[in-house]
Design a protein around this ligand. Structure first.
Ligand SMILES: Cc1cc2nc3c(=O)[nH]c(=O)nc-3n(C[C@H](O)[C@H](O)[C@H](O)COP(=O)(O)OP(=O)(O)OC[C@H]3O[C@@H](n4cnc5c(N)ncnc54)[C@H](O)[C@@H]3O)c2cc1C
Ligand code: FES
Length: 282
């Protein structure tokens, strides 16, 4: 499907925001993504493959925002496109976040590392609208201040935003997972008698997600991770996005089974699956 570029501009450092108006309205839920062919829709297919990007926000007037970081050829081409042009997009794809455990949770904890914040602002806005009384605590981490995006927008819709940078240029000095661990140990002591735990949503680099698993699994905290993987098709055909499961299901495809998974169901160690032919219980 074609989408008109309404705007495309740098928000901070190497990160850009793209505002698209798809030619046909697109209904999505937070956590879903688009495959975007980086060049103009009438330009050359180089790079050949489209690239996956989270839907950052879906606006009420059928516009879609994409927040992206320039890391390679495709995102460099994307960053060079100007308003009024058109892009080829496919989506919305994937499952999106589920909210079943939110009502019963003590609080909602959202953890985002770097550009991993892209799907999380829409998530927090949706949670705030659906659960106006719920405490929503956002942990936003990066290597330095330049990596912290959407801070003011997140503050506007959450109870608290805790910032963490490895170099200490903003907020807590250290990994965002250290700040999370501190918070959880405090809050679980305070609420020990009630045995009510938070629910956690996270998106960011695999080591961050793996550390969150290590912290939350012994505490039996329900957690959902939005994962990244190399994707060629985005629709379950190429097997390029396979990730090993930890629940006896062989492997999952990040594009169609995810990108959002229960934390304990996936292997985040980075080991590729042995064979793409063992899906479904082998
Ligand atoms: C479901 C899903 C949602 C995503 N949502 C977003 C999003 O909202 N915003 C966003 O910016 N990105 C997002 N990504 C990642 C994005 O798809 C890649 O950054 C993009 O494909 C890179 O394309 P490229 O051609 O610029 O880089 P390539 O030429 O493919 O790669 C260039 C170099 O960058 C490295 N690289 C590739 N991806 C990343 C990365 N994510 N971080 C750091 N280095 C990388 C490669 O290893 C390589 O060394 C998402 C990925 C998935 C699977
Ligand atoms: S990207 Fe092709 S199967 Fe997932």
């Amino acid at each position: 499907m074609k989408a008109k570029i309404i705007s495309n501009s740098c928000v901070k450092g190497p990160c850009y925001k793209l505002l698209l108006k798809p030619l046909n309205p697109v209904k999505s839920v937070p956590g879903q993504f688009l495959m975007i062919r980086p060049g103009a829709s009438d330009g050359p297919s180089d790079p050949l493959l489209p690239r996956p990007f989270s839907i950052h926000r879906a606006t009420t007037d059928d516009h879609i925002e994409v927040l992206y970081k320039r890391v390679g050829k495709g995102t460099a081409i994307l960053a060079s496109l100007s308003a009024e042009g058109e892009l080829e997009i496919l989506g919305p794809l994937g499952n999106g976040f589920v909210f079943d455990g939110v009502a019963a949770a003590k609080e909602v904890v959202v953890v985002a590392g770097g550009i991993g914040v892209a799907p999380m602002l829409g998530l927090v806005e949706t949670l705030r609208a659906g659960y106006p009384e719920k405490e929503i605590r956002v942990f936003l981490g990066g290597r330095g201040e330049v990596d912290l995006l959407c801070v003011e927008e997140l503050k506007a819709v959450s109870t608290e935003v805790i910032l963490a940078t490895n170099d200490g240029t903003m907020g807590f000095k250290g990994y965002v997972t250290e700040a999370l661990e501190k918070h959880l140990s405090q809050s679980l002591i305070t609420h020990h008698s009630s045995l009510v735990t938070p629910i956690i949503y996270a998106c960011g680099p695999s080591p961050m997600l793996q550390r969150i698993s290590e912290i939350t699994e012994p505490l039996r905290i329900e957690s959902y991770f939005s994962l990244e993987a190399n994707m060629a098709c985005g629709i379950g055909l190429c097997m390029g996005c396979a990730i090993r499961s930890r629940d006896g299901k062989g492997y999952y495809l990040v594009c169609t089974d995810g990108p959002v998974f229960r934390g304990e169901s996936v292997d985040l160690s980075g080991n590729p699956p042995q064979s793409p032919f063992n899906k479904g219980g082998d």
